[in-house]
Design a protein around this ligand. Structure first.
Ligand code: C2O
Ligand code: CU
Ligand code: CU
Length: 519
């Protein structure tokens, strides 16, 4: 029986308080301050719906989703991510996949700040995991305290677990939160702010009758491995900010919502039952050049959309955000209009507390286009589907496993074009750490011919990115039967970083590869 919808208010994650530390070295230079945070991962119980018993979760600072970290561009932030989790895993661990084999402990964590430009030792490399109180650490572990310089464009980032072989389980258990990087210059734009600016993470989950999280123990049909990873997992219940099908009371005015698809595998194509415009002002890499007016908004796992909704002509209405993205996307099972086809409800019933003076400026930010002529290298990278030794679906990048030697080594400060060739049936959201990129285009090709002869014959023109995909991205939808081209400048750090599909079951098995920025 499905849970009742719109009976719980949508929570808004609290903002984490940091400690300002000033470096009083009398060297004559101005004091450089650092903001320090300490973030514990713990097992908690939390109420996720009126009619559900408490759910056991893994959470940052005792709350799911984790508290929001807010930082300003240029502000140096340091975080001590501490594992205080119990020794027993919460969800079924498959010990046959990369990184999860014994003697590696079952409960391991490492935190990645998605969208951040950081040194490799603060990036949350999948093999830099650590256990409770750093008792056991992974092969590439170097330091406990991570440094985030925040020298990049303002945008909506998010932190989440990234442990090799169990990322899907740790994130599903609750280990994710927002990190909002602000630019004081944005104030001048007069966008909705304060209580009219709200982050919203959309996730799907399934529950057992006792309120505990359900995550499958094996695929259907089963393999010889138990418990076993599944090709992808879709929950039958939609949560926003950790609450099942919540409602949000709003005033008849403009709001800014920072949307994040924090689901393991589910895509969302969102619409409003009022059929009103969704005005998108930003994406993964911050503000767009101009606002983009949409009727529907597609979000793959890990993608963000900064949007404005104007409720000023909707006083007294209840407006539902619906979803019609098939799972897997795009060719899978259609959503159930009564459950996964709905996300949350806005109730336009609060009195207007003050005149809405916010605006939607016609020009939002400067986006400098990277030119293809600057590219020193074009790489062709295939997204492959094959089977592992147990006959299970195995997804690969360029036909290689995670632990094979590094093949992508862009030179520091050079521009490259990466072509993602997708002969599979599904859209894979491909994410690169360290850099933000621009999407050049997508072009269809003959998949059958490619599978037989390993040669590309394009079957149509290259299509430029959607207007809301222009600007800077860190995650791109690589659609089936298409070559998706992105362009990036590989800077400002050298070192080894991952790139991967952000469908977490794919990432864990084994759709992730290291790349190295070299001198
Ligand atoms: Cu959001 Cu490598 O991840
Ligand atoms: Cu990332
Ligand atoms: Cu994938």
């Amino acid at each position: 029986m499905a849970l009742a919808k719109y009976v719980d208010a949508m929570p808004i994650p609290g903002v984490l308080k940091g400690r300002r530390i000033r470096n009083h070295k009398h060297c004559g230079r101005p004091c450089k301050s650092v903001t320090f945070y300490r973030v514990k991962m713990e097992q908690i119980k939390q109420k996720l719906h009126r009619d559900l018993p408490m759910t056991t979760l893994w959470a940052y600072e005792g709350v799911y989703p984790g508290p929001t970290i807010e930082a300003k561009v240029g502000e140096k932030v340091k975080v001590l991510w501490e594992n205080k989790l119990p020794p027993k895993p919460l969800l079924p661990v498959d010990t046959t996949i990369h990184g999860a084999q014994p003697p590696n402990p079952a409960v391991r964590t490492v935190v990645h700040l998605h969208g951040a430009s950081v040194q490799p030792e603060s990036d949350g490399y999948p093999e830099s995991w650590f256990t409770k109180d750093f008792e056991i650490v992974g092969p590439t572990f170097t330091n406990k305290i991570y440094t985030y310089p925040n020298n990049q464009r303002a945008s909506t980032l998010w932190y989440h677990d990234h442990t090799l072989g169990i990322t899907r389980l740790n994130v599903y258990a609750g280990l994710a939160g927002f990190y909002i990087l602000r630019d004081p210059m944005e104030k001048k734009l007069c966008l909705p702010e304060g209580k009219y600016e709200i982050p919203m993470v959309i996730q799907d989950r399934s529950f057992n009758p006792d309120g505990s999280l359900f995550y499958p123990t094996e695929p259907d049909p089963p393999s010889t491995v138990y418990p076993s990873i599944v090709p992808e997992f879709f929950g039958d219940t939609i949560l926003v900010n950790g609450m099942v099908w919540p409602y949000l009371k709003v005033e008849p005015r403009k709001y800014r919502f920072r949307l994040l698809n924090g689901s393991n595998a589910r895509f969302y194509r969102l619409r409003l039952t009022s059929n009103q415009d969704i005005i998108q002002i930003g994406n993964d890499g911050g503000l767009l050049k101009h606002p983009v007016i949409l009727k529907e908004l597609l979000l793959a796992p890990a993608e963000r959309a900064d949007i404005i909704l104007d409720f000023s002509h909707h006083m007294g209405q209840s407006i539902i955000i619906t979803n019609d993205a098939a799972a897997p996307f795009p060719g899978g099972t259609p959503v159930d209009p009564d459950t996964t086809g709905q996300v949350m409800q806005f109730r336009v019933e609060l009195p207007l507390s003050a005149p809405d003076r916010s605006v939607i400026p016609a020009h939002l930010s400067e986006i400098t286009r990277l030119k293809e002529s600057e590219a020193v290298k074009h790489r062709h990278l295939t997204l492959n589907e094959t089977t592992d030794q147990y006959g299970r679906l195995l997804l690969l990048l360029n036909d290689m496993m995670w632990d094979e030697p590094i093949t992508e080594k862009p030179k520091l400060n050079t521009v490259e074009v990466w072509n993602f060739i997708n002969p599979t049936m599904d859209t894979h959201p491909i994410h690169l750490h360290l850099v933000h990129f621009q999407i050049l285009d997508r072009q269809p090709f003959d998949v059958d011919y490619y599978q037989t002869y390993h040669e590309i014959i394009t079957t149509g023109p290259a299509v430029p990115p959607q207007p809301n995909e222009k600007g800077w991205k860190d995650t791109v939808r690589a659609n089936p039967g298409e070559i998706t081209r992105i362009i990036a400048r590989f800077d400002p750090y050298t070192g080894i970083y991952p790139w991967h599909c952000h469908i977490l079951e794919h990432e864990d098995h084994d759709m992730m590869r290291p790349y190295e920025v070299v001198k």
